[in-house]
Design a protein around this ligand. Structure first.
Ligand code: RIB
Ligand code: CA
Length: 322
């Protein structure tokens, strides 16, 4: 039986790989993709999402446009614009960011649905006959707003898999990871909604890194999906080398598809612990995922992955993109 999922994205370079993995892997049934503001503005994340689905011949999968900014914070403030992952690096005299405003794919020829993403969540989750997984790989605004409209949607959610957060690693600030930092109130609301939650934080995505060799292996598959994934990986490695060097300096984290890969093979995540995880909502640690690692603790609400299996991860992508 295929696992049904809804993917929530702020399409970006790694979101693009998550969309392709969710749409192409034989074990998954991608019901819909919801776009949200995050890496780039909502118009861009939505157009990029449409472009990726079009690129792999999956325009039958509906796209629902979501929230244009955080629930409460002012996204235009310097507080969110000057953050680290908006950083650019200069490669061969050219300034590049880890996410381009528009992905280098053909302009979309199909459009998103008229229903806003949060309303789609409520409509779908109050009527569906089979529980569904939700994989959120951008800020959690759409899902948080849907939970505000109708908290009972939790009853039809099998599991929420969140790419976000970090315990020993951050990227947006000294304490916070981007998806959580961008809308911390939304993240806190989702973490406390009562559904089963698995978090795929930077601790796991940085261990499950992908390198030039993996990109070459994908490119040899010679399909649209595999070649574009290789392009995204090579682009991201250029950025990581200069801004966030990993264990293998010729590698990058490819965060979002790891969250999708977990639905295909849960053992792609390692050292998963059920702990209390909450979100700091202000001050120096604003947006930090605060992980309680004490033996005696209450309200263990999140299955938090401290490690990832890079070989299994790359094999899963190669299997889907061939
Ligand atoms: O911190 C990594 C996350 O932030 C990824 O989802 C990436 O796409 C960005 O949204
Ligand atoms: Ca993302």
């Amino acid at each position: 039986m295929k696992r049904k999922l809804i993917l929530d994205v702020d399409t970006g370079s790694d979101d693009a790989c998550a969309i392709m993995l969710a749409a192409l892997h034989n074990d998954l049934d991608l019901v819909a993709v919801c776009s949200v503001s995050g890496n780039v503005p909502l118009e861009n994340t939505t157009e990029n999402t449409l472009r990726v689905l079009q690129h792999i011949g999956k325009t039958n999968i509906p796209v629902y446009k979501g929230c244009s900014g955080p629930m409460i914070r002012d996204v235009s403030s310097s507080y969110r614009v000057a953050a680290d992952t908006r950083a650019k690096v200069v490669v061969d005299g050219k300034e590049i960011g880890i996410h381009q405003d528009y992905l280098p794919l053909e302009e979309s020829k199909f459009s998103y649905q008229a229903t806003p993403a949060s309303v789609f969540y409520v409509d779908y989750l109050t009527k569906c006959q089979q529980k569904v997984d939700i994989v959120a790989v951008g800020p959690l605004t759409n899902l948080a707003v849907a939970l505000l409209i109708e908290p009972r949607i939790v009853d039809n959610i099998n599991e929420i898999v969140i790419m976000g957060g970090g315990h020993g690693i951050s990227n947006e600030t000294r304490c916070a990871e981007f998806n959580i930092f961008y809308d911390p109130e939304a993240a806190q609301r989702v973490l406390k909604c009562g559904a089963k939650i698995t978090m795929v934080p930077l601790d796991a995505t940085h261990k499950a890194y992908v390198n030039y060799e993996d990109a070459r292996r994908l490119r040899e598959l010679n399909t649209n999906a595999a070649k574009f994934a290789a392009d995204m990986i090579e682009h991201r490695i250029e950025f990581h080398k200069l801004r966030q060097p990993l264990e293998d300096v010729n590698s990058c984290a490819l965060h979002d598809p790891l969250a999708v890969a977990y639905l295909i093979d849960p053992t792609v995540l390692k050292d998963v612990q059920l702990l209390n995880v909450e979100v700091s909502l202000g001050g120096l640690t604003d947006g930090q995922t605060v992980v309680d690692r004490r033996y005696f603790q209450d309200n263990r609400n999140v299955h938090f992955a401290f490690d990832g299996d890079r070989k299994k991860f790359v094999d899963i992508m190669c299997d889907a993109f061939k």
